[in-house]
Design a protein around this ligand. Structure first.
Ligand code: SF4
Length: 308
Protein backbone atom coordinates (compact mmCIF):
# COMPACT_ATOMS: atom_id res chain seq x y z
CA UNK A 1 0.00 0.00 0.00
CA UNK A 2 1.23 3.50 -0.87
CA UNK A 3 2.51 5.34 2.22
CA UNK A 4 0.22 8.36 1.65
CA UNK A 5 -2.83 6.10 1.39
CA UNK A 6 -1.83 4.20 4.51
CA UNK A 7 -1.44 7.42 6.51
CA UNK A 8 -4.80 8.70 5.29
CA UNK A 9 -6.50 5.46 6.32
CA UNK A 10 -4.80 5.50 9.72
CA UNK A 11 -6.03 9.06 10.30
CA UNK A 12 -9.59 8.14 9.33
CA UNK A 13 -9.46 5.11 11.61
CA UNK A 14 -8.22 7.21 14.54
CA UNK A 15 -11.01 9.77 13.99
CA UNK A 16 -13.70 7.08 13.81
CA UNK A 17 -12.35 5.44 16.96
CA UNK A 18 -12.78 8.66 18.93
CA UNK A 19 -16.15 9.47 17.39
CA UNK A 20 -17.58 6.01 18.10
CA UNK A 21 -15.80 5.22 21.38
CA UNK A 22 -14.17 2.22 19.77
CA UNK A 23 -10.99 0.27 20.43
CA UNK A 24 -9.06 -1.98 18.08
CA UNK A 25 -7.62 -5.23 19.36
CA UNK A 26 -5.23 -7.15 17.13
CA UNK A 27 -3.86 -10.66 17.48
CA UNK A 28 -0.11 -11.25 17.41
CA UNK A 29 -0.47 -12.78 13.92
CA UNK A 30 -2.06 -9.72 12.29
CA UNK A 31 -0.41 -7.76 9.48
CA UNK A 32 2.21 -5.24 10.72
CA UNK A 33 0.15 -2.20 9.66
CA UNK A 34 -2.86 -3.62 11.51
CA UNK A 35 -0.80 -4.22 14.66
CA UNK A 36 0.46 -0.63 14.44
CA UNK A 37 -3.05 0.85 14.36
CA UNK A 38 -4.33 -1.33 17.22
CA UNK A 39 -4.79 -0.18 20.80
CA UNK A 40 -3.57 -3.55 22.02
CA UNK A 41 -1.75 -6.48 20.45
CA UNK A 42 -1.77 -9.85 22.16
CA UNK A 43 -3.14 -13.38 22.21
CA UNK A 44 -6.86 -14.08 22.12
CA UNK A 45 -7.53 -14.28 25.85
CA UNK A 46 -5.32 -11.32 26.72
CA UNK A 47 -7.27 -9.28 24.20
CA UNK A 48 -10.66 -10.42 25.47
CA UNK A 49 -9.66 -9.55 29.03
CA UNK A 50 -8.38 -6.21 27.83
CA UNK A 51 -11.78 -5.60 26.25
CA UNK A 52 -13.43 -6.33 29.62
CA UNK A 53 -11.20 -3.74 31.28
CA UNK A 54 -12.09 -1.04 28.74
CA UNK A 55 -15.26 0.14 30.42
CA UNK A 56 -15.64 3.28 28.31
CA UNK A 57 -15.51 1.46 24.97
CA UNK A 58 -18.78 0.94 23.12
CA UNK A 59 -17.33 -0.89 20.12
CA UNK A 60 -14.52 -3.43 19.90
CA UNK A 61 -12.99 -4.14 16.52
CA UNK A 62 -11.42 -7.53 17.01
CA UNK A 63 -8.86 -8.06 14.28
CA UNK A 64 -8.31 -11.81 14.38
CA UNK A 65 -10.31 -14.92 13.43
CA UNK A 66 -13.88 -15.96 14.18
CA UNK A 67 -13.53 -17.89 17.44
CA UNK A 68 -11.48 -15.09 19.01
CA UNK A 69 -14.06 -12.42 18.16
CA UNK A 70 -16.79 -14.74 19.48
CA UNK A 71 -14.92 -15.14 22.77
CA UNK A 72 -14.64 -11.36 23.07
CA UNK A 73 -18.39 -11.05 22.41
CA UNK A 74 -19.20 -13.73 25.00
CA UNK A 75 -17.07 -12.01 27.64
CA UNK A 76 -18.31 -8.52 26.74
CA UNK A 77 -22.08 -8.89 26.32
CA UNK A 78 -22.65 -5.13 26.69
CA UNK A 79 -20.25 -4.13 23.92
CA UNK A 80 -20.59 -4.38 20.18
CA UNK A 81 -17.85 -6.69 18.87
CA UNK A 82 -16.99 -6.40 15.17
CA UNK A 83 -14.81 -8.64 13.03
CA UNK A 84 -13.37 -6.80 9.98
CA UNK A 85 -13.47 -9.84 7.64
CA UNK A 86 -16.26 -12.42 7.73
CA UNK A 87 -13.97 -14.85 5.92
CA UNK A 88 -11.43 -14.94 8.75
CA UNK A 89 -12.31 -18.41 10.02
CA UNK A 90 -9.89 -20.69 11.85
CA UNK A 91 -9.79 -24.11 10.16
CA UNK A 92 -8.72 -25.77 13.39
CA UNK A 93 -11.81 -24.50 15.20
CA UNK A 94 -13.96 -25.86 12.35
CA UNK A 95 -12.51 -29.34 12.96
CA UNK A 96 -14.48 -29.75 16.20
CA UNK A 97 -18.16 -28.93 15.80
CA UNK A 98 -20.40 -29.16 18.88
CA UNK A 99 -21.96 -32.41 17.58
CA UNK A 100 -18.53 -33.98 17.55
CA UNK A 101 -17.93 -32.96 21.19
CA UNK A 102 -21.26 -34.55 22.14
CA UNK A 103 -20.24 -37.75 20.34
CA UNK A 104 -16.99 -38.02 22.32
CA UNK A 105 -18.79 -37.26 25.56
CA UNK A 106 -21.18 -40.13 24.90
CA UNK A 107 -18.23 -42.40 24.12
CA UNK A 108 -16.37 -41.44 27.32
CA UNK A 109 -18.98 -40.57 29.93
CA UNK A 110 -17.63 -39.12 33.21
CA UNK A 111 -14.42 -37.95 31.51
CA UNK A 112 -13.81 -34.20 31.80
CA UNK A 113 -13.73 -32.29 28.52
CA UNK A 114 -11.13 -29.52 28.18
CA UNK A 115 -11.35 -27.43 25.03
CA UNK A 116 -8.70 -25.11 23.72
CA UNK A 117 -10.12 -21.61 23.18
CA UNK A 118 -9.56 -22.25 19.46
CA UNK A 119 -13.10 -23.63 19.18
CA UNK A 120 -16.41 -22.12 18.16
CA UNK A 121 -18.87 -20.94 20.82
CA UNK A 122 -21.18 -23.95 20.32
CA UNK A 123 -18.32 -26.35 21.08
CA UNK A 124 -17.20 -24.32 24.12
CA UNK A 125 -20.77 -24.58 25.40
CA UNK A 126 -20.39 -28.38 25.49
CA UNK A 127 -17.15 -28.59 27.44
CA UNK A 128 -16.37 -28.57 31.17
CA UNK A 129 -13.62 -25.98 31.01
CA UNK A 130 -11.61 -24.04 28.43
CA UNK A 131 -7.87 -23.56 28.24
CA UNK A 132 -5.34 -21.59 26.21
CA UNK A 133 -1.97 -22.79 24.99
CA UNK A 134 -0.49 -20.67 27.82
CA UNK A 135 -2.47 -22.27 30.65
CA UNK A 136 -3.33 -25.76 29.28
CA UNK A 137 -0.90 -27.49 31.67
CA UNK A 138 -2.30 -25.68 34.69
CA UNK A 139 -5.92 -26.37 33.73
CA UNK A 140 -5.40 -30.08 33.03
CA UNK A 141 -3.28 -30.55 36.18
CA UNK A 142 -6.02 -28.93 38.27
CA UNK A 143 -8.61 -31.53 37.27
CA UNK A 144 -9.27 -34.45 39.57
CA UNK A 145 -9.10 -37.06 36.78
CA UNK A 146 -6.39 -39.15 35.15
CA UNK A 147 -8.02 -39.21 31.72
CA UNK A 148 -9.09 -36.08 29.88
CA UNK A 149 -10.87 -35.44 26.59
CA UNK A 150 -8.95 -32.60 24.96
CA UNK A 151 -9.37 -30.80 21.64
CA UNK A 152 -9.12 -29.75 18.94
CA UNK A 153 -5.32 -29.58 18.55
CA UNK A 154 -3.63 -32.97 18.60
CA UNK A 155 -0.13 -31.50 18.99
CA UNK A 156 -1.12 -29.40 21.99
CA UNK A 157 -2.83 -32.52 23.40
CA UNK A 158 0.44 -34.45 22.98
CA UNK A 159 2.36 -31.65 24.72
CA UNK A 160 -0.11 -31.64 27.63
CA UNK A 161 0.11 -35.43 27.96
CA UNK A 162 3.93 -35.32 28.09
CA UNK A 163 4.02 -32.57 30.69
CA UNK A 164 1.17 -33.65 32.98
CA UNK A 165 1.52 -37.46 32.73
CA UNK A 166 -2.27 -37.75 32.35
CA UNK A 167 -3.94 -39.76 29.61
CA UNK A 168 -5.14 -37.29 27.01
CA UNK A 169 -7.71 -38.39 24.44
CA UNK A 170 -7.55 -36.05 21.44
CA UNK A 171 -10.87 -34.95 20.02
CA UNK A 172 -11.01 -35.10 17.05
CA UNK A 173 -8.26 -37.72 16.78
CA UNK A 174 -6.01 -35.54 14.60
CA UNK A 175 -7.05 -31.89 14.81
CA UNK A 176 -4.33 -29.50 13.68
CA UNK A 177 -3.36 -25.97 12.71
CA UNK A 178 -2.37 -26.02 9.02
CA UNK A 179 0.08 -23.14 9.55
CA UNK A 180 2.01 -24.79 12.38
CA UNK A 181 2.25 -28.03 10.41
CA UNK A 182 4.48 -26.20 7.92
CA UNK A 183 7.45 -26.31 10.30
CA UNK A 184 9.93 -29.16 9.94
CA UNK A 185 12.43 -30.44 12.45
CA UNK A 186 15.07 -30.61 9.68
CA UNK A 187 14.68 -26.88 8.94
CA UNK A 188 15.28 -26.03 12.59
CA UNK A 189 18.34 -28.27 12.76
CA UNK A 190 19.79 -26.51 9.69
CA UNK A 191 19.09 -23.08 11.22
CA UNK A 192 20.75 -24.17 14.47
CA UNK A 193 23.87 -25.06 12.48
CA UNK A 194 23.79 -21.71 10.69
CA UNK A 195 23.14 -19.65 13.84
CA UNK A 196 25.18 -21.52 16.40
CA UNK A 197 24.19 -19.47 19.47
CA UNK A 198 20.53 -19.00 18.62
CA UNK A 199 17.76 -20.07 20.98
CA UNK A 200 14.74 -21.90 19.55
CA UNK A 201 11.19 -20.95 20.66
CA UNK A 202 8.17 -22.74 19.18
CA UNK A 203 4.41 -22.91 19.72
CA UNK A 204 2.87 -26.14 21.14
CA UNK A 205 0.71 -26.39 18.00
CA UNK A 206 3.91 -27.57 16.25
CA UNK A 207 4.47 -31.30 15.83
CA UNK A 208 6.20 -33.29 18.61
CA UNK A 209 9.23 -33.59 16.29
CA UNK A 210 9.52 -29.83 16.04
CA UNK A 211 8.85 -29.38 19.76
CA UNK A 212 11.77 -31.74 20.48
CA UNK A 213 14.22 -29.23 18.95
CA UNK A 214 13.04 -26.28 21.05
CA UNK A 215 14.64 -24.55 24.02
CA UNK A 216 11.29 -22.99 24.82
CA UNK A 217 7.70 -24.02 24.05
CA UNK A 218 4.90 -21.56 24.66
CA UNK A 219 1.95 -19.53 23.47
CA UNK A 220 2.48 -16.40 21.38
CA UNK A 221 2.43 -14.17 24.44
CA UNK A 222 4.75 -16.49 26.33
CA UNK A 223 7.15 -16.41 23.36
CA UNK A 224 7.04 -12.59 23.44
CA UNK A 225 7.79 -12.57 27.17
CA UNK A 226 10.53 -15.17 26.76
CA UNK A 227 12.15 -13.12 23.98
CA UNK A 228 12.31 -10.08 26.28
CA UNK A 229 13.63 -11.93 29.30
CA UNK A 230 16.04 -14.32 27.60
CA UNK A 231 19.68 -13.21 27.37
CA UNK A 232 19.74 -14.70 23.83
CA UNK A 233 20.47 -12.16 21.11
CA UNK A 234 19.31 -14.45 18.29
CA UNK A 235 16.07 -16.41 18.45
CA UNK A 236 14.69 -18.91 15.95
CA UNK A 237 10.90 -18.58 16.02
CA UNK A 238 8.50 -21.43 15.19
CA UNK A 239 5.08 -19.85 14.97
CA UNK A 240 3.09 -17.75 12.48
CA UNK A 241 5.41 -15.09 11.06
CA UNK A 242 3.12 -12.17 11.99
CA UNK A 243 4.58 -12.39 15.50
CA UNK A 244 7.96 -11.20 14.20
CA UNK A 245 6.66 -7.65 13.90
CA UNK A 246 5.82 -7.50 17.62
CA UNK A 247 9.05 -9.27 18.56
CA UNK A 248 11.16 -6.81 16.57
CA UNK A 249 9.22 -3.79 17.84
CA UNK A 250 9.67 -4.86 21.46
CA UNK A 251 13.28 -6.04 21.08
CA UNK A 252 14.95 -3.86 18.43
CA UNK A 253 18.47 -5.01 19.30
CA UNK A 254 17.71 -8.74 18.93
CA UNK A 255 17.57 -10.90 15.79
CA UNK A 256 14.55 -13.09 15.10
CA UNK A 257 14.83 -15.81 12.50
CA UNK A 258 11.59 -17.43 11.32
CA UNK A 259 11.76 -21.21 10.94
CA UNK A 260 9.84 -20.76 7.69
CA UNK A 261 8.99 -17.43 6.06
CA UNK A 262 5.95 -18.96 4.39
CA UNK A 263 4.25 -19.85 7.70
CA UNK A 264 1.40 -17.42 7.13
CA UNK A 265 -2.13 -18.01 8.37
CA UNK A 266 -4.25 -16.85 5.42
CA UNK A 267 -7.27 -16.37 7.65
CA UNK A 268 -5.48 -14.06 10.06
CA UNK A 269 -4.20 -12.04 7.12
CA UNK A 270 -7.70 -11.41 5.73
CA UNK A 271 -8.01 -8.40 8.01
CA UNK A 272 -6.57 -5.31 6.35
CA UNK A 273 -6.45 -1.60 7.20
CA UNK A 274 -9.21 -0.96 4.64
CA UNK A 275 -11.45 -3.56 6.26
CA UNK A 276 -10.79 -2.15 9.72
CA UNK A 277 -11.76 1.29 8.43
CA UNK A 278 -14.98 -0.11 6.93
CA UNK A 279 -15.71 -2.07 10.11
CA UNK A 280 -15.60 1.17 12.10
CA UNK A 281 -17.44 3.26 9.52
CA UNK A 282 -20.29 0.84 8.85
CA UNK A 283 -20.14 -1.02 12.19
CA UNK A 284 -19.74 -4.27 10.36
CA UNK A 285 -19.60 -7.27 10.95
CA UNK A 286 -21.18 -7.66 14.39
CA UNK A 287 -20.64 -10.93 16.22
CA UNK A 288 -23.84 -12.41 17.58
CA UNK A 289 -23.74 -15.47 19.79
CA UNK A 290 -27.19 -16.76 20.88
CA UNK A 291 -27.73 -16.21 24.61
CA UNK A 292 -28.22 -19.89 25.45
CA UNK A 293 -24.88 -20.74 23.76
CA UNK A 294 -23.05 -17.69 25.11
CA UNK A 295 -24.13 -18.37 28.70
CA UNK A 296 -22.83 -21.95 28.61
CA UNK A 297 -19.63 -21.02 26.79
CA UNK A 298 -19.02 -18.17 29.29
CA UNK A 299 -19.33 -20.68 32.13
CA UNK A 300 -16.50 -22.79 30.57
CA UNK A 301 -14.36 -19.66 30.14
CA UNK A 302 -15.08 -18.42 33.67
CA UNK A 303 -14.00 -21.76 35.13
CA UNK A 304 -10.68 -21.31 33.32
CA UNK A 305 -10.29 -17.78 34.69
CA UNK A 306 -11.03 -19.04 38.23
CA UNK A 307 -8.08 -21.43 38.00
CA UNK A 308 -5.66 -19.08 36.25
S1 SF4 B 1 -2.70 -19.88 13.00
FE1 SF4 B 1 -3.71 -21.87 13.04
S2 SF4 B 1 -4.88 -21.93 14.94
FE2 SF4 B 1 -4.34 -19.78 14.52
S3 SF4 B 1 -6.09 -18.98 13.39
FE3 SF4 B 1 -4.61 -19.68 11.86
S4 SF4 B 1 -5.25 -21.80 11.43
FE4 SF4 B 1 -6.27 -21.18 13.33
Amino acid sequence: MMEAKRLELVERIQNLKKEKRAIILAHNYQRPEVQDVADYVGDSIELSRRAMAEEEARIIVFSAVDFMAQTAAILNPNKKVLIPSLGARCPMAQMLPAENVKFWKRKHPNTPVVLYVNTLAEAKAECDICCTSANALKIVSSLNADTILFGPDHNLAWYVQQKTGKKIISIPERGFCPTHLLFLKEDILLLKEEYANATVAVHPECTPDVQSTADFIGSTSQICRFAKESPAEKLIIGTEVGILHRLKTENPSKDFIPVYNGAICPNMKRNTLELIYLALKEERYPINVPDNVADRARRSLDKMFEIT
